[in-house]
Design a protein. Structure first.
Length: 449
């Protein structure tokens, strides 16, 4: 930068300029560059004028110094002050104690053998699930269903690190009169909350979307923290076609995720960033890997721009799989290698954990792919675990069937999947070859929560 500045100024100065003209030029350059500064920086301006005039005065008294020599004296001082004023180090808006709290929460969620139960389906999404089992979508039925998941016996305890709640569920109670967050915390699980408000069309794109919910997020996060939430989730959606995802959609969604993350951390809430790339389409594995890498790289650039503390975040990405309509079927090993490679190229080691979404895979398929990833020979500096909704609940929902009498059977199915995924995130799962409910595809076109 010193060389560039020297060249720039020197090129503007004819060698024939006398000292008076040169001093006048220096003052004008300094004034022009600093006129955009606020009153807060006036001390820098005064200091630089003093240094510049002092140097010029010394040259007047010692005319043997050339203009180039003057630049060698002035330029380092000028650049130092300019960098300090115009490009300051990002202000550490989190204290060391706040950073430690965020880091501890994130590490607790992704502790060895643990993952996340995503129970944050909206009322509309639950309606679709209940319709498949002929159950009425009432608030009481939703409470009963969530209760059976949260009260599964102690076998589920070591498998779950955190639970993502929907707003309604956060304020519901167990039959014993204990709020769900209180009950979940008593089991050593961390309470999380979905804070986005769904996707909306992104103008100027070919059917792409962005996610709404930033308005009022600051106040909502403050309240959720008081109500016992220690982490949050925000989902953005991108899709692969011949023309998408567009650069506009990638940048917009990544900036939204970064803004959400910074707001969460201000309130002591660990943000889970979820840039989901939908499995819809006939694209191959290589195309998904390429898009995943571009999206994740853009997202971590945005997180850096917003000064997000990475050690206090978690990533919830899609696994790198081919489009659902792709004619070629890839092996679990190919999927694992493509996924881990994409993560290694884009996700900083500072991130504590990667909590995969299931993306419409069957329960068994999601467990197997997670297991193979944790057996991958490539170095993995982050925990690779799960943040499953359907891939933990599908069999349990079917076993429950909307009937309280079936709650015990439903809990057994939930525990079975929780244990399977606990082993999978340690690379110890042995596939069951289940061809029943656990083996059924959970793919839903253009899936929305």
């Amino acid at each position: 930068m010193q060389i560039l500045a020297t060249f720039f100024i020197d090129s503007l100065l004819p060698f024939s300029l006398n000292l008076s003209t040169y001093c006048n030029f220096t003052v004008k350059v300094v004034y022009t560059l600093f006129t955009s500064l606020t009153a807060f920086h006036e001390i820098y301006l005064c200091l630089f004028f003093y240094l510049s005039i002092s140097v010029c005065a010394s040259v007047y008294l010692k005319p043997s110094l050339s203009p180039l020599r003057i630049l060698n004296i002035v330029t380092p001082l000028f650049l130092f002050l300019l960098i300090r004023v115009k490009m300051p180090h990002s202000f550490p808006f989190l204290t060391p104690d706040q950073k430690k709290e965020l880091s501890d929460i994130a590490l607790k969620i992704v502790a060895k053998g643990k993952g996340i139960l995503a129970a944050d389906e909206s009322t509309g999404s639950v309606a679709k699930r209940f319709q498949s089992i002929n159950a009425e979508n009432t608030e009481e039925n939703r409470r009963l269903y969530r209760q059976l998941l949260f009260t599964a016996d102690d076998r589920a305890g070591p498998c779950i690190g955190g639970v993502i709640f929907f707003h309604e569920t956060l304020y519901q109670k167990t039959d014993a009169g204990k709020t769900f967050p209180e009950h979940v915390k008593s089991r050593g699980w961390v309470v999380g909350i979905k804070v986005d408000k769904g996707v909306v069309p992104l103008a100027g794109t070919n059917g792409e979307t962005t996610t709404q919910g930033l308005d009022g997020l600051y106040e909502r996060c403050a309240q959720y923290k008081k109500d016992g939430c220690d982490f949050a989730k925000w989902r953005c959606v991108l899709k692969i076609t011949s023309t998408t995802p567009s650069r506009l959609a990638i940048v917009e969604n990544c900036n939204v995720l970064a803004r959400y993350a910074s707001i969460c951390q201000m309130h002591g809430i660990v943000p889970i960033v979820e840039p989901e790339i939908l499995p819809d389409g006939d694209h191959d594995l290589k195309r998904t890997q390429y898009v995943t890498e571009k999206v994740l790289a853009a997202m971590y650039k945005a997180l850096s721009d917003h000064h997000v503390y990475l050690e206090g975040t978690l990533l919830k990405p899609n696994m790198v799989t081919a489009g659902h309509s792709c004619s070629h079927k890839y092996t679990h090993q190919e999927i694992a290698m493509a996924t881990v490679t994409a993560l290694r190229r884009t996700v900083p080691p500072a991130v504590p954990g990667v909590t995969f979404l299931s993306g419409g895979q069957s329960e068994e398929e999601a467990s197997i792919n997670l297991n193979v990833m944790n057996q991958c020979p490539l170095h993995r500096p982050w925990a690779l675990t799960f943040s499953y909704g359907r891939a933990l609940q599908a069999s349990a929902l079917k076993a429950w069937g909307g009937k309280p009498a079936n709650s015990k059977a439903a809990q057994e199915e939930f525990i079975k999947r929780a244990l399977a995924n606990s082993l999978a995130c340690q690379g110890k799962y042995v596939a069951s070859g289940d061809s029943t409910a656990a083996g059924e595809s959970l793919f839903v076109a253009n899936h929305a929560y």
